[in-house]
Design a protein. Sequence first.
Length: 178
Amino acid sequence: MHEYSIRTATTADLDEARAVMLDAVYRDFGTGYVPRWHADIIDPASFYVVPPRHTLLVAVDEEDGTVAATAALDARGPAHPPNPRWLAERYPSGETAQLRRVCVRPEHRRRGLARRLVEGLLDFAKADGGYRAVYLHTYPHSPGAMGLWQTLGKVVCDEREDVPGDDSAAVHFEIPLV
């Protein structure tokens, strides 16, 4: 059985973390790399390592030292567009800890890594003291995502129902910051 360590990513982890995230956007999301959505994947240091209120966590397989999973947090709330205006207003930048890039390589799934990473992000947000909400969005077709987020938070907008004619089908969640 594999053992994993959860820790803040270092510059030495960034290439492997990037690979985990890129694999997810191609394999799990089916979008491939889209610059306006995925610039943070190409340059994770500028988005998650350098800014003081942001972080990137990795799960490292202790057996071989590789990055098995990632999870990030930043202080940018959901932008309008593409998100509904009311959602952007409810979760303003600077006050909202947005969870991003929770990605687990398929061979490491079903071992609690995503949950452990999210717990680490929530601890980071609590320690910051400046966040009033934790927000994320996901897609129903992303493997394991809906089940995880439904156990951790509540749906605040399901675009499949709440935004008729929107093709994105994103589901937006709020996670309690307790």
